[in-house]
Design a protein around this ligand. Structure first.
Ligand SMILES: [Zn+2]
Length: 312
């Protein structure tokens, strides 16, 4: 746990540097960014620096592993109410509402993560946009014989909440037919305050980051592991959410034959409610309500990160 937490610090820091808060990269001639707000971006980045250590926590209880006593966030679990959460952490209900921007009548959602401190700036409204992609952007190598034409793919920008509770702009690539359901699912996750570690298309990944296990992403031109069958990701019909916290496992731990990512065994204890974990009664509903099936319901293998319209 301790070691895992320490190892995670560097990729996350670099991932966040690459996905700055409120700072979609400008792409002249292709729609461009949605209303750039550099002033707010600076504020939220400063806030991330400020709250980072507190959220990352002391060794043994980190924002990645869980939110324990003394942590500055609470992950909503079944049966939670605002009153219960407030009492447990010694804060006022009104403050919880304000810090997390929960409107009157807001229903807590399982897997959502509530701040227990005031943010530097209020959480902005959700926003999204789509743009076309080139073969290079989609696959790195335009000569790759992938099953879907790049012209049928879209890069979908969505605002998400990261593990620091800060709003960021991330993107994933999906088949164009999936743009609307994908946007709807991520709008729900934002509204539910579900944290996502980082979002970036697989082919782009992060500068200096070779470990893809932290990426929430969609399209990827590849075979199903161990086969020569195209993955549903190759068609842009599948999304993986917070892979490290929602692993794929074949067989039973510790006698499993496959675990992806390999260092995710800590998160196989699915009765836990830690930041970024997907549960049937929680974050999974954002996708299942929009036409996706969840790999967490499979039987021959379990793929907690995976949502697809084809149930494969
Ligand atoms: Zn997947």
């Amino acid at each position: 746990m301790m070691l895992a937490a320490l190892l995670m610090m560097t990729p996350i820091a670099s991932a966040q540097a690459a996905n700055p808060a409120e700072d979609a990269p400008a792409r002249p001639g292709r729609g461009g960014p949605v209303e750039g707000r550099p002033k707010e971006a600076r504020a939220t980045r400063a806030e991330a620096d400020q709250t980072g250590p507190a959220w990352a926590g002391r060794a043994g209880s980190t924002a990645l592993g869980g939110v324990g006593r003394g942590q500055r966030a609470h992950v909503v679990r079944p049966g939670d109410t605002l009153a219960k959460v407030a009492k447990r952490h010694g804060v006022r209900i009104a403050d919880l509402r304000e810090w997390n921007r929960l409107g009157k009548g807001y229903q807590l959602q399982v897997d959502g993560m509530l701040r227990l401190t005031a943010p530097a700036t209020p959480l902005p409204a959700w926003r999204t946009r789509t743009e076309t992609v080139t073969a290079t952007e989609a696959n790195g190598d335009p000569a790759k014989a992938c099953p879907v034409q790049p012209s049928d793919l879209r890069r979908i920008w969505v605002r998400y909440i990261d593990y620091q509770g800060v709003a960021r702009n991330g993107s994933l690539i999906m088949h164009r037919s999936m743009a609307v359901p994908t946007q709807r699912a991520f709008a729900k996750l934002y509204h539910w305050r579900f944290p996502i570690m980082v979002m970036q298309p697989i082919a782009v990944n992060m500068p200096t980051l070779t470990d893809k296990s932290v990426l929430t992403s969609g399209y990827e031109c590849r075979y199903v592991a161990g086969t020569t069958t195209w993955s549903q990701h190759s068609y842009g019909l599948a999304v993986d959410v917070n892979p490290r916290q929602n692993p794929m496992i074949r067989g039973s731990y510790p006698n499993h034959t496959y675990l992806d990512p390999p260092n995710s065994a800590t998160w196989l204890a699915r009765e836990r409610y830690w930041p970024g974990m997907v549960h049937a009664e929680g974050a999974a509903r954002a996708f299942t309500a929009n036409g996706f099936a969840w790999g967490g319901r499979w039987t021959t293998l379990l793929d907690y990160m995976h949502f697809s319209t084809t149930d494969r």
